[in-house]
Design a protein around this ligand. Structure first.
Ligand code: F1P
Length: 298
């Protein structure tokens, strides 16, 4: 259990219950989420973009239809979709609102948010509200994974294993990970988004040097920074030979093994908080960051 007295600790701990609620909600909102065969785009900023990436790859791999993920600020103009899904905990992020305004009337849009009365409600056609997963910490943990749990359930995934694994992750030993000088996170397929999110988490919360790549890209340069005191962390199945190469470089290596990778993200969240505390930082209030990025000059 995370129990350092920070808001994020309780938010991390509540994820298994939030995911179960999301699975129920997925059945209730099935009519507004993408259906089989639709051409779909998913967008968000920061953590929400990384959840969009994970969902897009999962949906397409499940044969549900072409699914592209974009940072809200970079969604190309002129591409034709049957539906656009936008993820935003706050429902106030400028780039997200700008995108929805641009798309209004051209394609059905659905927003996934934690705040029912947020401005996003005015600019998207349908809203799915995960109010029970809202957070007080600036750093996102449970909203992000609950949005992904909802989307996974909408693809027919049974989340029972993920919930059980997340409960185990809440008690797992963090070992020397919070003391790492640097961590590189890797993923394959849908877990690339999780790797990016894990890296963002340790950067935001702890100011720790972190990187993220598709696993097969790791040998194409990033392995150069592996050395003792640093770690490489794989979400999903490790490509053959990679663990041995990291070990030969002297860095620590771990992977999610048989655990559900989304549950393994819970462990990375805990490492982020523990690393922040170790560095005498407040994991609830990262440097230079606010709960949502609202720009007044666009
Ligand atoms: C998106 C986001 C977060 C980030 C920070 C600033 O917020 O970029 O991912 O951690 O809190 O905002 P939202 O659109 O999901 O509210």
């Amino acid at each position: 259990m995370a129990s350092g007295g920070y808001l994020v600790d309780g938010e991390i701990d509540s994820q298994p219950e939030c995911w179960l609620r999301a699975a129920e909600l997925a059945r209730e909102v099935a009519g507004v989420l993408p259906t089989r065969g639709e051409r779909v785009a998913v967008a968000g900023c920061g953590t929400s973009w990384f959840m969009a990436m994970a969902y897009a790859t999962l949906r397409e791999a499940a044969g549900e239809g072409v699914t592209d993920a974009f940072p809200a600020s970079e969604m190309p103009v002129g591409r034709v979709y049957d539906r656009v899904v936008v993820i935003s905990r706050s429902g106030t992020t400028t780039e997200v609102l700008e995108l929805l305004r641009r798309l209004k009337g051209t394609v059905p849009t659905v927003g996934i948010t934690a705040v029912p009365a947020a401005p996003i409600a005015e600019v998207c056609d349908e809203l799915v509200v995960l109010e029970f997963a809202d957070e007080q910490s600036v750093v996102q943990t449970r909203f992000a994974t609950t949005a992904l749990a909802l989307l996974r359930a909408s693809l027919g995934a049974d989340l029972a294993g993920a919930v059980a694994d997340a409960r185990a992750m809440l008690h797992a030993d963090l070992g020397a990970l919070p003391a790492s000088e640097q961590i590189t996170f890797l993923g394959k397929g849908w877990t690339v988004g999780l790797a990016h999110e894990a890296a963002l988490k340790v950067r935001e919360a702890a100011g720790l040097w972190s990187e993220a790549y598709p696993a097969m890209e790791y040998r194409h340069g990033p392995i150069s920074i592996a050395e003792p005191g640093r770690a490489t962390w794989m979400f999903g199945e490790t490509p053959t030979g990679l663990a041995a190469e990291v070990a030969a470089a002297g860095a620590d290596f771990l992977d999610s093994g048989q655990h559900d990778p989304m549950a393994h993200l819970v462990l990375a969240q805990r490492v982020a908080v523990a690393a922040a505390v170790k560095r005498e930082l407040d994991p609830d209030n990262p440097r230079n960051l606010t709960r949502s990025i609202v720009l007044d000059d666009v």
